[in-house]
Unconditional design. Structure first.
Length: 520
C-alpha cells in the first residue's frame, strides 16, 4: 500500500505558498478582490447566505504577550461575533487554541433574539487546535495542515466567505491565502500605518494635534537625544513616554521621569547616565534589557507626557469600507491604570459629549487618510483630551490601532443586542426604538477571590441575582473572557444602562455580588 499517497490525499494536494513571498502577496491581492463584492452585495442583506471564519488570535510579540494574565482566554473576546448568527442564513466557524466550554457558547447563543439556540447551533462550528502553549493562535494553525484542510472542507462557497481577525499580521495573511478567502482588514504589508511612528506622521498630515515627540527611533542613543530635545522644548516637563512601535494594551510603553535640577549644559550626560534608573516599563515583568531589546527590534517613539488637572483618554473607532465609505462607529472614554495611566482597563460608552463630536470629525479625517493609503476594516484612534482654563477641551491624537481592540467587543455586543446606531455628530447611541443607551465595560476585572469559579458557577450566580442582560428592558450585564475566571480570577463585563449612572450601577452591583459570593 502506498502510505505516502494516502497522506497526501488526506491533507490535500494544494502546496502552501511561501510566507512573505511575491507569489503569496499576488495571491492575497487577487483573493482580496472578493471582499468588495461581499461588502456591496452580501454585507447589507441579512438574508444573504454567508460564512464568517473568526480568527481571534492575539498575534503580538510573544514576550510582550506573556505579560497578559490569561492571554489565551482573550480569544473569547470575539465570541460577541456569534451574534452574527441572528441572521438566519449565516454560518460561523470560530477558531481557538483550546475548546471553549459549552456553557460559555450557550450563554452567548441565549442572547440571540428571534433565533432559537438549536437553529444557531446548527450553523456554528467551533474548532480548536488543542494547544495550550503561549503562542499566537495563528501560528498554531499554520503548523497544522490538517486543521486548515478541515476549515476548507467547511467552506461550501468561498465567494461568500470571509475571514475576520483580531489583528492582521503576515500569519493571518497566510491563513487567508491557504483558505482562499478574503479578510476584512488591512494588508499587513501596510503595518507601518498602524505603528506608533506611522501614526504620528498620519496625524501631522491630517493637521491633527499630537504631543511633541520623535518617531522612527531604534537605539538607546536615539531615546536619550529625544528626551534631551523634549526637555529643551518644554523646560517644565517632568515626564516623557517611550513606546515600542508594536506594543499592546500599554505593555510596550515606559515612563521616563526627568531628574530634578538638571543643569541644561549637563542634561545629555545626566539623562544618558540615569536612563535605566529613571525609565520605568509599564509592565512590571518587562526588564530594562527586554524593553531596550524590543525597542531596538521594533523601533518606537518618544513623546511628551501630557499633563493637566483634568484630562481624559478617549478613543474613536472607525470602519473603512472597500469602496471608501467611512463610518465613525463609536467613541469611548477609556479607563487607564498603571504607572502614568498607560494600561487599558476598560471603557465608558459613549465618550463625553463635550468632546465626542469633535473627536469623531478627527477620526473621520484619519480614516480618509488611511483609506487613501490602502487601509481597510475596523480600527481605532486613541486621544488624550485636556481641559483648558476656559473649560474647553484640547484633544491630542496619540496612536492608531489598525485592528480590533478592547472597545470593539463591548460595542459590537450593544449593537447586536439593540440593533441601534451611534450618532457621531451628537455623540449619542440610539437603539432601534430610539432609546438612549450607555455602557460601562472592563475586560480586566480581577480578584484573587474569584479563582475557582467555573463558567457554570458564574452563570448560576448571575441568574440568581438578576444580573443577566434583559432583552425587554435592554439593560443588564454581559460577561466575557469567562474562561479566565477559574484559573486567574479574571473576567470581562459589559454593563448596559439607560443612563450612565445606571450602567455604572450594574457594574458596581456585579462586583459586589461576586465579592459576596466568594467570601469564605
Amino acid at each position: 500500500m502506498d502510505l505516502d499517497f494516502k497522506r497526501k490525499t488526506f491533507i490535500g494536494s494544494n502546496t502552501a505558498l511561501v510566507q512573505g513571498s511575491a507569489e503569496e502577496s499576488a495571491a492575497f491581492a487577487e483573493i482580496q478582490q472578493g471582499m468588495l463584492r461581499q461588502y456591496q452585495d452580501i454585507f447589507p442583506d441579512k438574508h444573504e447566505a454567508r460564512t464568517v471564519v473568526i480568527l481571534p488570535s492575539l498575534t503580538f510579540d510573544r514576550e510582550i504577550l506573556q505579560n497578559i494574565r490569561g492571554a489565551l482566554h482573550y480569544e473569547e473576546r470575539l465570541l460577541c461575533m456569534l451574534m452574527l448568527l441572528r441572521m438566519p442564513r449565516t454560518r460561523v466557524i470560530y477558531l481557538t487554541s483550546m475548546p471553549v466550554s459549552d456553557v460559555v457558547v450557550d450563554y452567548y447563543l441565549h442572547l440571540l433574539q428571534g433565533i432559537t439556540g438549536n437553529h444557531a447551533r446548527h450553523r456554528l462550528t467551533m474548532l480548536s487546535c488543542h494547544d495550550l502553549s503561549n503562542r499566537p493562535l495563528s501560528e498554531k494553525i499554520l503548523e497544522r495542515p490538517r486543521f486548515i484542510q478541515r476549515i476548507k472542507d467547511l467552506i461550501t462557497d468561498p465567494s461568500s466567505t470571509h475571514l475576520s481577525c483580531y489583528n492582521i499580521t503576515p500569519l493571518e495573511k497566510s491563513i487567508a491565502v491557504q483558505l482562499g478567502i478574503p479578510l476584512f482588514g488591512t494588508d499587513p504589508a501596510m503595518f507601518y500605518l498602524g505603528s506608533k511612528s506611522g501614526a504620528r506622521k498620519i496625524f501631522r498630515d491630517c493637521g491633527i494635534n499630537l504631543p511633541d515627540g520623535f518617531e522612527d527611533l531604534h537605539r538607546k542613543e536615539d531615546i536619550v537625544n529625544s528626551l534631551v530635545e523634549l526637555k529643551r522644548l518644554h523646560p517644565q516637563m517632568r515626564k516623557a513616554v517611550v513606546k515600542m512601535n508594536d506594543g499592546f494594551s500599554g505593555d510596550g510603553n515606559a515612563i521616563y521621569s526627568y531628574p530634578a535640577g538638571t543643569d541644561a549644559d549637563a542634561m545629555r550626560e545626566e539623562i544618558a547616565r540615569t536612563l535605566d534608573a529613571q525609565l520605568k516599563p509599564v509592565a512590571s515583568t518587562v526588564s530594562h534589557k527586554l524593553f531596550f531589546g524590543k525597542f531596538n527590534e521594533m523601533g518606537g517613539i518618544v513623546e511628551e507626557f501630557l499633563d493637566g488637572e483634568v484630562k481624559m483618554s478617549p478613543s474613536v473607532q472607525c470602519v473603512i469600507g472597500p469602496t471608501g465609505n467611512i463610518e465613525v462607529a463609536s467613541t469611548h472614554d477609556q479607563l487607564l491604570g498603571g504607572d502614568g495611566g498607560q494600561i487599558f482597563l476598560g471603557a465608558i460608552f459613549p465618550a463625553d459629549v463635550a468632546y465626542a463630536p469633535a473627536l469623531a470629525m478627527e477620526g473621520a479625517k484619519v480614516a480618509r487618510a488611511l483609506f487613501e493609503r490602502g487601509a481597510l476594516g475596523r480600527f481605532s484612534i486613541d486621544f488624550i483630551s485636556v481641559q483648558q482654563p476656559d473649560e474647553s477641551w484640547k484633544n491630542y491624537a496619540i496612536e492608531i490601532n489598525l485592528r480590533k481592540g478592547g472597545t470593539t467587543h463591548p460595542y459590537l455586543m450593544l449593537q447586536f443586542l439593540t440593533d441601534g446606531t451611534y450618532h457621531a455628530d451628537i455623540g449619542e447611541y440610539h437603539t432601534a426604538s430610539g432609546n438612549l443607551r450607555f455602557y460601562f465595560a472592563s475586560d480586566n476585572v480581577s480578584n484573587e477571590k474569584f479563582k475557582g469559579l467555573t463558567p457554570d458557577d458564574l452563570i448560576d450566580i448571575a441568574m440568581y441575582h438578576g444580573l443577566m442582560y434583559d432583552g425587554a428592558k435592554q439593560e443588564g450585564v454581559m460577561f466575557n473572557i469567562i474562561g479566565a475566571l477559574s484559573e486567574f480570577g479574571k473576567l470581562g463585563l459589559v454593563c448596559i444602562g439607560s443612563t450612565p449612572k445606571r450602567a455604572k450601577a450594574w457594574y458596581d452591583i456585579t462586583l459586589a455580588v461576586l465579592d459576596w459570593e466568594c467570601e469564605g
